[in-house]
Design a protein around this ligand. Structure first.
Ligand code: GLY
Length: 371
């Protein structure tokens, strides 16, 4: 069975990847929850389409199985929903010998993982990520949490799952815009890893078949292998794991400036990565030659994001500037060349402005395929 290990000593776990691999769910549960009750939380959209497949794969008697579907969307990632789940699980007299399973995208993985991390000081859990974004990023590495009125992911915990099972066959029913969101994270990984993921992504996009299982499986494997390595080295996000923020400082400001929900996170990440590459080149113009192929690919990918009115000044305002130093308080991840990320908190405001305006000139002449 194809799997990649997240090597965290006593908390090491496998990420199983492959079309049809859901059939192994019962075997993994048997290992980690031999006699326990299993509390399964689904994204409601996924539940409507795939519950019979998951239920068959669980192979659990009724007395040991509890299932609940949660509303899709970012609003579900809240303390309100966490409390609802606490109430239900405590009502069922859950114990630390029971097991929690999250089947959904980033929202469900983060929320259910957070409940698992905090209830009774930690209940074992696992995830079946069901979106491309969750398979390549959100479900790997044990970051769990909910949003707060003051910002996203402000409440959370590191709580590693016992296993992650990615079955790309579930992606067949994922809407194209959600696929694009996953591709936003994949193009980020392409920049971070250099010539490993870039050719895979290029070939996949040339084929113009978003749902090609073989190609998706390979890309998911490459992304997970890279992320698993970073997490094993820096579980708590104090060093190299921060490379995964490549493009994100810009993406958050772009998302914000577009207006709530007008651009999805992964779509904004494509524009954020494009801006980060431009900023790296403006900082060191001689590095431009390293980015020809990558920049061309990103420019093409910007066409996959819906066209939205984006104003430079609004994006600049959405970034938290340190007025005294005229630099960004948040750290930027840039590339000195493909596959060579570095972190800086010293990026000149003029470079940021120029990089954004270069990105916008390309986005506004393209953009709009899945509006
Ligand atoms: N999504 C970034 C991380 O897991 O660190």
């Amino acid at each position: 069975m194809p799997q990649i290990e997240v090597k965290l000593k006593d908390r090491a776990y496998p990420v199983i990847i492959g079309g049809g691999q859901i059939k192994h769910l019962a075997a993994f549960l048997k290992k980690h929850a031999p006699d326990s009750r299993v509390f399964v939380f689904y994204d409601a959209r996924f539940y409507a389409l795939h519950r019979p497949t998951v239920k068959r794969a669980l192979k659990l008697p009724r007395a040991r199985l509890f299932e609940l579907a949660l509303p899709p969307g970012e609003k579900t990632k809240s303390l309100t929903h966490a409390k609802k789940i606490y109430d239900i699980l405590l009502g069922e007299k859950i114990t630390r010998s029971d097991f929690i399973l999250a089947c959904g995208g980033g929202v469900i993985c983060d929320l259910v993982g957070y409940v698992a991390a905090t209830l009774l000081r930690g209940i074992p859990w696992a995830t079946v990520p069901t979106t491309l974004l969750a398979m390549v990023d959100a479900a790997i590495g044990g970051k769990t949490g909910v949003n707060h009125g003051r910002g996203k992911n402000l409440i959370g915990a590191f709580w590693q799952p016992k296993f992650v099972l990615c079955d790309p066959r579930f992606l067949n029913t994922l809407p194209p815009r959600q696929m694009v969101c996953g591709l936003g994270e994949i193009v980020k990984y392409a920049g971070l890893t250099g010539y490993k993921i870039l050719p895979q992504l290029k070939k996949y996009l040339e084929k113009s078949d978003f749902y090609n299982e073989r190609m998706l499986t390979r890309m998911i494997e490459s992304n997970v292998a890279y992320k698993a390595g970073l997490v094993a080295e820096d579980e708590r996000d104090e060093g190299k794991r921060r490379f995964l923020n490549f493009g994100h400082t810009f993406a958050h400001a772009i998302e914000n400036a577009a207006g709530y929900g007008r651009l999805l996170h992964g779509e904004a990440v494509i524009l954020g990565v494009a801006t980060a590459v431009e900023a790296g080149i403006l900082r060191k113009p001689e590095s431009e030659r390293y980015f020809k192929e990558y920049s061309a690919l990103i420019n093409d990918m910007m066409n996959l994001a819906p066209r939205r009115r984006l104003e430079l000044d609004k994006i600049m305002t959405a970034m938290a500037w340190d007025k005294k130093r005229n630099t960004q308080r948040a750290r930027f991840v840039l590339l000195s060349r493909l596959g060579k990320p570095f972190i800086t908190d010293d990026l000149d405001k003029n470079i940021v402005k120029k990089a954004l305006s270069k990105m916008l000139s390309k986005y506004q002449t393209g953009g709009g395929q899945y509006a």
